[in-house]
Design a protein around this ligand. Structure first.
Ligand SMILES: [Zn+2]
Length: 97
Protein backbone atom coordinates (compact mmCIF):
# COMPACT_ATOMS: atom_id res chain seq x y z
CA UNK A 1 0.00 0.00 0.00
CA UNK A 2 2.94 2.38 0.57
CA UNK A 3 4.80 1.62 -2.62
CA UNK A 4 4.02 4.90 -4.40
CA UNK A 5 5.73 8.21 -3.80
CA UNK A 6 2.60 10.30 -3.21
CA UNK A 7 1.47 8.04 -0.40
CA UNK A 8 4.93 8.24 1.20
CA UNK A 9 4.86 12.05 1.04
CA UNK A 10 1.40 12.10 2.57
CA UNK A 11 2.53 9.77 5.34
CA UNK A 12 5.70 11.80 5.96
CA UNK A 13 3.68 15.03 6.12
CA UNK A 14 1.36 13.45 8.65
CA UNK A 15 4.28 12.18 10.74
CA UNK A 16 5.86 15.65 10.79
CA UNK A 17 2.55 17.25 11.78
CA UNK A 18 2.09 14.73 14.58
CA UNK A 19 5.72 15.28 15.64
CA UNK A 20 5.19 19.05 15.83
CA UNK A 21 1.97 18.52 17.79
CA UNK A 22 3.84 16.22 20.19
CA UNK A 23 6.49 18.89 20.76
CA UNK A 24 3.75 21.47 21.33
CA UNK A 25 2.18 19.23 23.95
CA UNK A 26 5.56 19.00 25.71
CA UNK A 27 5.87 22.80 25.70
CA UNK A 28 2.29 23.50 26.73
CA UNK A 29 1.24 20.64 29.05
CA UNK A 30 -2.01 22.45 29.91
CA UNK A 31 -3.43 21.88 26.41
CA UNK A 32 -1.77 18.49 25.87
CA UNK A 33 -5.07 16.59 25.81
CA UNK A 34 -6.47 18.87 23.09
CA UNK A 35 -3.28 18.45 21.05
CA UNK A 36 -3.51 14.70 21.52
CA UNK A 37 -7.06 14.71 20.18
CA UNK A 38 -6.01 16.81 17.18
CA UNK A 39 -3.12 14.42 16.47
CA UNK A 40 -5.46 11.44 16.68
CA UNK A 41 -7.90 13.13 14.33
CA UNK A 42 -5.13 13.93 11.82
CA UNK A 43 -3.91 10.34 11.97
CA UNK A 44 -7.39 8.95 11.31
CA UNK A 45 -7.96 11.46 8.53
CA UNK A 46 -4.63 10.54 6.95
CA UNK A 47 -5.48 6.85 7.00
CA UNK A 48 -8.84 7.50 5.33
CA UNK A 49 -7.23 9.70 2.66
CA UNK A 50 -4.58 7.06 1.97
CA UNK A 51 -7.23 4.36 1.68
CA UNK A 52 -9.31 6.42 -0.77
CA UNK A 53 -6.20 7.30 -2.75
CA UNK A 54 -5.22 3.65 -2.94
CA UNK A 55 -8.68 2.59 -4.11
CA UNK A 56 -8.72 5.27 -6.82
CA UNK A 57 -5.27 4.18 -7.98
CA UNK A 58 -6.33 0.53 -8.12
CA UNK A 59 -9.48 1.44 -10.00
CA UNK A 60 -7.55 3.45 -12.61
CA UNK A 61 -5.04 0.64 -13.04
CA UNK A 62 -7.88 -1.82 -13.48
CA UNK A 63 -9.45 0.34 -16.18
CA UNK A 64 -6.12 0.57 -18.03
CA UNK A 65 -5.69 -3.19 -17.85
CA UNK A 66 -9.19 -3.67 -19.17
CA UNK A 67 -8.53 -1.32 -22.09
CA UNK A 68 -5.48 -3.35 -23.06
CA UNK A 69 -7.65 -6.45 -23.30
CA UNK A 70 -10.25 -4.73 -25.46
CA UNK A 71 -10.54 -3.84 -29.11
CA UNK A 72 -13.21 -2.03 -31.14
CA UNK A 73 -15.59 -4.30 -33.03
CA UNK A 74 -14.89 -4.02 -36.79
CA UNK A 75 -18.61 -3.92 -37.54
CA UNK A 76 -20.09 -1.58 -34.90
CA UNK A 77 -17.02 -0.01 -33.19
CA UNK A 78 -18.17 -1.01 -29.71
CA UNK A 79 -15.42 -2.02 -27.30
CA UNK A 80 -15.28 -5.80 -27.01
CA UNK A 81 -12.78 -8.24 -25.49
CA UNK A 82 -10.07 -9.48 -27.82
CA UNK A 83 -10.94 -13.03 -26.83
CA UNK A 84 -14.57 -12.64 -27.96
CA UNK A 85 -15.36 -14.57 -31.10
CA UNK A 86 -18.74 -12.87 -31.49
CA UNK A 87 -19.50 -9.21 -30.80
CA UNK A 88 -21.99 -9.10 -27.89
CA UNK A 89 -23.58 -5.95 -29.32
CA UNK A 90 -24.10 -6.60 -33.03
CA UNK A 91 -23.55 -10.39 -33.00
CA UNK A 92 -21.00 -10.22 -35.82
CA UNK A 93 -18.54 -13.08 -35.62
CA UNK A 94 -14.91 -12.01 -35.36
CA UNK A 95 -12.00 -14.14 -36.31
CA UNK A 96 -9.81 -14.65 -33.26
CA UNK A 97 -6.21 -13.50 -33.58
ZN1 LIG B 1 -20.13 -5.24 -33.01
Amino acid sequence: MFENREAKFLLLGGMITIGVLYLLSRWYPSIAHIIFLIALFIFAFLLIILQIYYIIKLFKHDKLDQKKLMTPCPACDALIYKTDSTCPYCKTSIRSS
